[in-house]
Design a binder for this molecule. Structure first.
Ligand code: ADA
Length: 556
């Protein structure tokens, strides 16, 4: 399943989930591997870093063009169709697609060479405080594509004269050498927009429409609408794309973030895509379990640390009214990492694919970049600035931010719309939480962040699941619960703070490379409120109680 709703009624597609032939470089044995999945789930590859090849036959049911869509391959894919290389993609966390023209009806072969090794070729997937798995880790589909087809549809809602309006941009691709006259029709909530165009190259058709009978999307009432766009030639419907959208605006005004003109307070979790038995190929049922647990703890927000997420999870956030901070793929990259010759292009590609594919999710209320990267350096600032500008060139409807830990030295706070900081008072630093918070906010206000919303993007402490100790010593569940309570008590009662994200929802695996094992017992980041099997620690009830209190204080 690619999404939580049908995206085509006219375009035909085959989902390619299932068993693929698999061969791992350096191993003689031939395997069968499920797609999607991580190869680490197989006993021969428990922490294997290498190159694996997936192969399968596919029956193309009609002559014509096909489009292969991969929702995620970790971390690099070389794709071959009938032995010819047709695509390359780097980065596990963003979708990519490729079109093959004039394919004959019948059986064909798809081969995907997957690489999860570290080295200069990979500037973003490096030894880190999360694990880079290997495999075709998100769904794959094969579509039959007409000569003129819909590339994507972008929906931008806005309020005008007190009524909901929207700009609907239909981006159309042409595979034909000659101009073709087509009809374009978009329908939403009983409204119909139509246009006739002659398409001889890639073209955009833009509708601007007032929707005076629709309901807004909000946390309390996350109203969603199907936006159905159909292309037709001489009255025959030839292609379509269905998106699911919501009417809502996100604005920054002074120190608050406004949704539909009302201030919001985000209280939630940092969530890695990592589940004990799934690795990063988190199944839908485990995504739903995560969502149920976060909502049971009265959370209303989630940060997709530190990379773009599976669209099915974002679909869940849309449906449940959960605010999302989605960010490009980067964690703790120091200046030498950022000076990797591949870094800037790999970041640019990730941001572009993140926004191109996730633009229509009403739940995404803020775009983040470069978590704890070299924001204290001028070379780093140049790259932060470039990435913020790229986001604004693609999307003016959402604010930007970046989670910093370069306390008192960050020189980029003037660049984003929202300032966010990671702070582990009581865990890494045994300091009075309120005093440290005041120091931080005073510094932020004098360093480019004055009169901007402030989010505590990370706070937390580690606990080993099942380790209880009446001394409440560090690593006990008791101490984790104490520190979560003490930190939330300070941040929840500080009106200068407009959101808080606990680090982290669940324990996640980390790489053994890069010395992480030394401070990460079990080769896991153990700061989860639940462990990697989603077994609650003592802090679960603390968070549930504190977030509920926040709900009452901040009436949201
Ligand atoms: C940083 C980082 C997180 C995680 C956390 C920790 O803030 O952003 O990814 O590594 O520290 O657990 O120390």
């Amino acid at each position: 399943m690619m999404r939580l709703f049908e995206t085509h009624y006219i375009r035909t597609a085959q989902e390619l989930d299932g068993m693929w032939d698999f061969k791992m470089e350096g191993f003689d044995k031939e395997y069968q591997m499920p797609v999607p999945s991580c190869w680490e789930q197989h006993p021969d590859f428990l922490q294997h870093r290498g190159k694996g090849t997936y192969t399968r036959k596919v029956y193309v049911k009609q002559n014509g063009n096909i489009r292969l869509e991969f929702k995620g391959v970790s971390h690099t894919a070389d794709v071959y169709f009938d032995g010819e290389k047709i695509a390359y993609h780097y980065n596990a966390f963003t979708p990519f697609s490729v079109i093959v023209k004039d394919v004959k009806k019948g059986e064909h072969e798809i081969k995907v060479k997957v690489d999860n090794t570290f080295g200069e070729h990979s500037a973003l997937h490096i030894p880190n405080d999360y694990y880079t798995y290997g495999g075709i880790t998100r769904p794959v589909a094969l579509e039959n594509i007409a000569e003129v087809y819909i590339k994507n549809v972008r929906f931008t809602p806005y309020m005008k004269n007190g009524k909901w309006n929207a700009k609907i941009e239909v981006n159309i691709g042409s595979l034909s050498d000659t101009a073709i006259n087509i009809g374009v029709k978009s329908t939403l909530g009983g409204y119909e927009m139509k246009s006739d165009v002659s398409v001889s190259a890639d073209t955009a058709v833009v509708f601007e429409q007032e929707f005076d009978r629709v309901k807004p999307w909000s946390a309390k009432e996350p109203k969603l609408y199907m936006l159905n766009t159909v292309l037709s030639i001489n009255g025959e419907e030839t292609d379509d794309l269905i998106e699911r959208v919501g009417f809502r605006t996100v604005e920054v005004n002074g120190s608050k973030i406004y949704l539909n003109g009302k201030p919001i307070y985000m209280k939630g979790f940092n969530r890695h895509e990592d589940y004990a038995v799934d690795g990063c190929a988190v199944s839908l049922q485990h995504m739903v379990q995560d969502m149920d647990l976060m909502q049971d703890m009265n959370a209303n927000a989630v940060r997709t640390c530190h990379y773009p997420n599976d669209e099915r999870f974002l679909d869940l956030c849309d449906e449940r009214g959960i605010f999302v901070w989605e960010e490009n793929h980067a964690r703790g990259l120091l200046l030498p990492d950022m000076q990797n010759p591949n870094f800037e292009q790999q970041c640019e590609d990730c941001i572009r694919e993140m926004i191109e594919n996730h633009y229509n999710h009403p739940s995404i209320v803020i775009w983040g970049i470069l978590n704890e990267c070299a924001a204290e350096t001028y070379e780093g600032r140049r790259m932060y600035k470039k990435q913020y500008e790229q986001i604004k060139s693609m999307d003016l409807s959402r604010p930007t931010t970046s989670a910093t830990c370069r306390h008192f030295t960050d020189i980029c706070l003037d660049l984003p719309d929202v300032v966010s900081f990671n702070m582990y008072s009581g865990w890494y630093k045994d300091c009075p939480i309120d005093e440290r918070n005041n120091q931080e906010i005073d510094w932020i206000r004098k360093s480019g962040g004055d009169n901007k919303p402030i989010i505590v993007s990370e706070l937390g402490a580690a606990a080993i699941y099942g380790y209880r100790d009446r001394s409440h010593c560090k690593w006990s569940e008791e101490r984790q619960a104490d520190l979560i309570r003490d930190n939330l008590e300070v941040y929840m009662n500080d009106d200068r703070i407009t959101g808080v994200f606990i680090w982290q929802f669940a324990d996640c695996r980390v790489t053994e490379e890069g010395e992480w094992f030394a401070t990460r017992a079990r080769c896991h980041n153990n700061k989860g409120i639940v462990d990697e099997y989603r077994r609650p620690k003592m802090a679960y009830d603390t968070v549930k109680e504190m977030f509920k209190k926040w709900k009452e204080n901040k009436n949201n």
